[in-house]
Design a protein around this ligand. Sequence first.
Ligand code: FE2
Length: 289
Amino acid sequence: MMPQSSLDIQPVSKSLGAEIINVDISQPLSASLIDEIHKSWLENLVLLFRNQTLSDADLVAFSRNFGDLDSVPGWEPFSPDTHPEVLVVSNVQENGTPIGVLGDGEASWHTDMAYIAKPPPASLLYSLEVPDTGGDTCFMNMYDALDALPDDLRRAIEGKTLNHDSSHDSGGNLRPNHQMFTSLAEAPGARHPIIRKHPDTGRPALFLGRRLHAWIVGMDIAQSDALLDRLWEHCLQEDFTYRHEWQPGDLLMWDNRVTMHRRDPFDGGARRVMHRTQLKGIAGVEAAA
Ligand SMILES: [Fe+2]
C-alpha cells in the first residue's frame, strides 16, 4: 500500500510556501509523485526545491509535468535557440548585449502576464547565479488577502472587473511598440474579475495583477484609484507574504492565479542569472459567486 505522502514538505512561512526536501527534479518522476507535488503546490501556492542541478532540458521536462508550456517569441535574442520555452531573467551583459530581461532594478508586486486574456497558471524560476545580497523575491497569498478583507471593502469590489494595463512592464517602463494613453479608461490590456475562483481548489482569491495603471472598469477614475489604493494597502501586510532569499540551484514554482510576487533591486555589478518557464494559460478562470 502506498504511504500517504512520500514527500518531505516543510512550510517556509506562515502564509504560503513550502520546501520539498527530498526530490531530485532533474530525474523523471513517477505519476504518483507528480500528483503529490501538484497537490502540495495547490495547498502551499509556492514550492521550493533547493540544491538542484538542472539543464534547460531538465527544467523544461520538469515543468511539462504540470501542463503545456508557453514559448517566448518576441523575447529573442534572449531565449536560447534550443529551448524557446526558457526565458533568461538576468542583468548580465555579454559584449554589450543583455543575455536576459529585467536588469537589476526593482520589480513591483505583480502577477505574471495578468494583462493577457489567459495568464499563465504557473511560473517556474531556476537560479544559476545569484548576488550575495539583494534580488530577493517576495510572494503574496491572495486567498489570505481576500479572506482578511474588511466587509465594506469586499462589498465594494464584488462583481467588479479590473482592467490590467499591458503597456508597462513590472519595472514601470513603457514596453516597446506601446504608446502612453491619456486616460486609464483607454489603457490597453485584459479585463478580469477582481475576485476569481481558483479552477482546481474552488477557493476565491483577489486578482489584482499590478497597481500601476489599473482601473476598475466603469468606475470614475478617482474613485477607482481610491478603492485600489485601499485594497493594496490592505494586501501589503507581511502576514500574507513570504520572502525568498535565493541560493544557486533553487527552483521555485508558484501558482500565478492566487499569488503576486515582487523582486528587490540588487547591485548591478553582481551577476544574477535565472531561467524561467511558464505554463500556457487556459480558459475558464471565473469570477467567484
Ligand atoms: Fe514576474
